[in-house]
Write a protein that binds this ligand. Structure first.
Ligand SMILES: [Fe+2]
Ligand SMILES: [Fe+2]
Length: 148
């Protein structure tokens, strides 16, 4: 399975795109740890890192949607909370050694890609035509590294 950031995943908001890159990077880290057989403690540590960053990211996205008065905010928040429930279940299964971590990793990659393309993309579409702007958007260039 290929875990890599691709241009197709870019939604056009640098703050969110940077966070999405970090999510993909953490999955790459998990992949390397599993392939290197680094053990359950390391794997659980990375999963916790992924979970904490996902929680942070979802909050960032929800704040952005609120700043933009995005009409799909409530629905999107619900999707986020369902994903977090699923993530907690995945982590518990790995902890209890009830599931192959490689299998879970594949599901997490699918989960991130699918969510970005089918839900987060809608925020980006709305952002293009909205007169409301993200807070500190004019500071992005100073604080967020941009890739071309
Ligand atoms: Fe989202
Ligand atoms: Fe997202």
């Amino acid at each position: 399975m290929q875990i890599a950031w691709t241009k197709e995943l870019e939604i056009g908001n640098e703050l969110i795109d940077t966070q999405h890159r970090m999510l993909v990077l953490l999955l790459k880290k998990l992949d390397i740890a599993l392939k290197s057989r680094l053990g359950k403690k390391v794997v659980m540590g990375i999963l916790l890192e992924f979970k904490k960053f996902t929680e942070f990211h979802f909050l960032s996205e929800e704040n952005l949607m609120a700043e933009l008065r995005f009409p799909g905010l409530v629905e999107h928040e619900l999707v986020h909370s369902n994903l977090l429930c699923q993530l907690n279940l995945f982590i518990a299964k790995i902890n209890r050694e009830q599931e192959d971590p490689e299998e879970i990793l594949q599901q997490l990659v699918f989960w991130v890609v699918n969510h970005v393309l089918s839900h987060d993309m809608k925020i980006a579409e709305y952002l293009k035509s909205s007169t409301y702007r993200p807070i500190a958007e004019e500071s992005y260039a100073l604080y967020i590294r941009t890739f071309d």
